[in-house]
Design a binder for this molecule. Sequence first.
Ligand code: IMP
Length: 430
Amino acid sequence: MPSFGLIGIQWGDEGKGKIVDLLSEKADVIVRFQGGANAGHTIVVNGRRIVLHLIPSGILHEGKYCVIGNGVVLDPEVFEHEITQLKSEGYLKDDSKLLVSATAHIIMPYHKKLDMLRESKGKGKIGTTGRGIGPAYEDKMGRIGIRVVDLLNRKVFEEKVRQNLEIKNFIIRGYYGEEGFKAEDIIEYYDRFRNVLEKYVSDTVEFLQKCVAQGKCILFEGAQGTHLDIDHGTYPFVTSSNTVAGNIMSGTGIPPFAVQGIIGVCKAYTTRVGEGPFPTELKDEIGEIIRERGKEYGATTGRPRRCGWFDAVSAKRAIAINGIKQICLTKLDVLDEFEKIKICTGYRVGDKEYSSPPLDTELYWKCVPVYEEVKGWKTKTTGITDFRKLPGAAKDYIKRLETILGVRVSIISTGPDRAETIVRDSFFKK
Ligand code: IMP
């Protein structure tokens, strides 16, 4: 049975949660390989809305294994909260189905504080989620991070907290003029997370290797999106991990041949939260309509998302980087009311045209979209589950995207509920 990666090809919030939830039905194992609680995956099951930030959305399917891989930065507070929430909703009846990598790094209170301070007091605001992601990955790369396995060993944990606080408090107090942290407070507070986490911690590399050897179907759930990737995104307005398919291997410890395909996810339009270039952004009434119809407010921070037309220039780049042949197009119904719909097929700065995103962020800011206009369908598509029942203009829009992007649109989402989906191709054929 093949294994797949599911990757966002825009600036995050593509609706991956719903697609992961949908595909999880056929998968045996669902794995997060990067990011942390900065992600916000919203899933609606039988009218009930569930938002998960850390635990893979596949957890909503009984009997599936869910793995938080070594590439994730784990916030124990969020982890505890999600476990409690899931259990109270009747999910996660069997704790052995959730595995946390012993070598995932832990988000500490000083990571969150530093993230917030940089955003509020520093120069060059990124518009982060404030979840401590950047500072945690910095410590990982700086080789001073604290891993899950370190938390399990109180002595090691204590030493590492004290060592870290010497520098962190120096910055928090000396540079930002704010109150620092007491080592004892953190050490004591994190005692409870040792208890919460302990039963889920394992060697997830070994577990996944076995799954690969047994031919199990694994779904690798990407968080954020390709254009928020630390290497391939609109740097510095990016997240601090590699969000692209290439990171599935390092973030989980499985070999490249274990993944048979990468499925891309994008909305029928484009959104972005936080700062950074966004050529197709609509700061007018149309953008407002998209935001309201699409309920485009961040699942993690509640911030209104910036909205705009579909950007095929950046999508094509993401498709190439991830090796995508099939995509899931979400939120098609949000465009139901428009007379005309635009697709950005190029960027222009002065009289120079670009067919792929400029690498110089300063230039990216200046890009003006070159649009192709197509007819809107002005018909309700919400809840349609059969491609043939879509209005002609909606089918034409999808076909046009397929032609421009050179991919097949395999799944179309026509509403938030699991059932409101058109499935044209099945990914998990034996
Ligand atoms: P951080 O990941 O919190 O450091 O934020 C860095 C940038 O990535 C900011 O622009 C955030 O808004 C954005 N970002 C992080 N996670 C997500 C996500 O899951 N969806 C959309 N944007 C995100």
